[in-house]
Design a binder for this molecule. Structure first.
Ligand SMILES: [Zn+2]
Length: 350
């Protein structure tokens, strides 16, 4: 997916630089009793209820389905950010195992928060540490600075440093987290993932790769991040709305163009390929597409481009419209069963 893509129907495996595999089962969930009217209410009334309804079994099938749907769209590498306050211990291994089964690369992190007290934050930190110590491929996750005490931010940065990895954190997604730069400034490093940044100042001073999630930002009505204004490298994520990275690229281009008529799709394409800065091994993966010329200018205006074959390293994991490793029907059936269970539990969570 560098210059070699031009004139070719092949790319490397695509990378989703920010995903929440746990949200795959959210689709079809019962609507909250009251309609959320802003970003903070969306978090409180939807996502912070859903994450409490998860157990290890539902996390497994949510990840299996999310990973399968990634492969179906030529995405072979996922940077995941997970939260399940009632089932923290072992959760990252469940996600890593699910992705391994489907054949997708994953970089796991647990989103630590003080929303459930300091004991909850400690459990989250412990899970990140446990996973990394056991050799898991991951980063240290933080939900966002506005739900974390200073000691928690410090502890996360320390754990990351000790394992030589970065921290994966939501930053200034909505106005509620507008002082994130002040809170995080002393901690960030170049290997951090700064997710969203919608409400950051242009010269925010945070280090790390800025992960732009245009569809999610639109869905939460938080505004346009306009990531070109930052000096950070920019990568593209979906924030849990699937892993169709060609679709996210097209949308990223459209939003960029909306704010600047001179914008080129090559910029958004560069954001997409910056995913290889986070998971370089995805460059060993190959996707053969239904479109003859995988060129940014053509793809920005071509919908419905589908993978024909997906290879991770030398192994074909998807061909002839199906996974070579797993039974998609079984995964969909199990995920649907788990979704019913999670949705029923939601009724009891206020
Ligand atoms: Zn997110």
């Amino acid at each position: 997916m560098t210059d070699e893509s031009n004139g070719s129907n092949e790319t490397h495996g695509l990378v989703c630089a920010h995903h929440h595999l746990y949200s795959t089962l959210a689709r079809g969930m019962p609507a909250p009793v009251n309609n959320p009217t802003n970003f903070e209410e969306i978090l409180k009334m939807v996502w912070w209820r859903l994450d409490r309804a998860l157990d290890l079994e539902s996390i497994k099938w949510s990840a299996m389905l999310g990973a399968l749907e990634a492969v179906e769209r030529g995405c072979t590498a996922i940077v995941d950010h997970h939260e399940s306050p009632e089932a923290i211990e072992g959760s990252l291994s469940v996600i890593a195992d699910a992705c391994e089964t489907v054949g997708v690369r994953v970089l796991c992190s647990y989103g630590v928060t003080d929303r459930h007290g300091s004991e909850g934050a400690k459990k989250g930190l412990d899970e990140n540490r446990r996973f990394l110590k056991e050799g898991g491929r991951g980063m240290v996750g933080l939900h966002a600075s506005f739900t974390c005490e200073d000691e928690t931010l410090e502890a996360a940065a320390e754990i990351a440093e000790s394992f030589g990895v970065g921290v994966h954190v939501h930053v200034a997604e909505g106005p509620v987290d507008a002082n994130a730069a002040t809170r995080l400034k002393g901690f960030t490093k170049d290997n951090w993932l700064i997710v969203h940044g919608v409400h950051l100042e242009d010269d925010h001073g945070l280090r790390g790769i800025l992960v732009h999630n245009p569809r999610s930002n639109m869905n939460n009505s938080v505004g346009y991040a306009n990531p070109i204004r930052f000096s950070n490298e920019v990568a593209l994520g979906t924030d849990g709305i699937g892993a169709d990275m060609l679709e996210e690229f097209r949308l990223a281009y459209a939003r960029h163009r909306e704010s600047d008529v001179a914008a080129s799709p090559e910029t958004a394409w560069g954001w997409l390929t910056n995913g290889y800065r986070i998971i370089p091994e995805a460059m060993n993966d190959r996707v053969v597409w239904s479109y003859p010329n995988m060129d940014p200018w053509e793809l920005a205006f071509s919908t419905g481009v589908n993978p024909i074959e997906v290879m991770v390293e030398q192994e074909t994991i998807w061909a002839n419209g199906a996974s070579t490793r797993v039974d998609a029907n079984e995964i969909r059936a199990k995920a649907s069963e788990q979704a019913k269970k999670v949705h029923a539990r939601l009724a009891e969570i206020i």
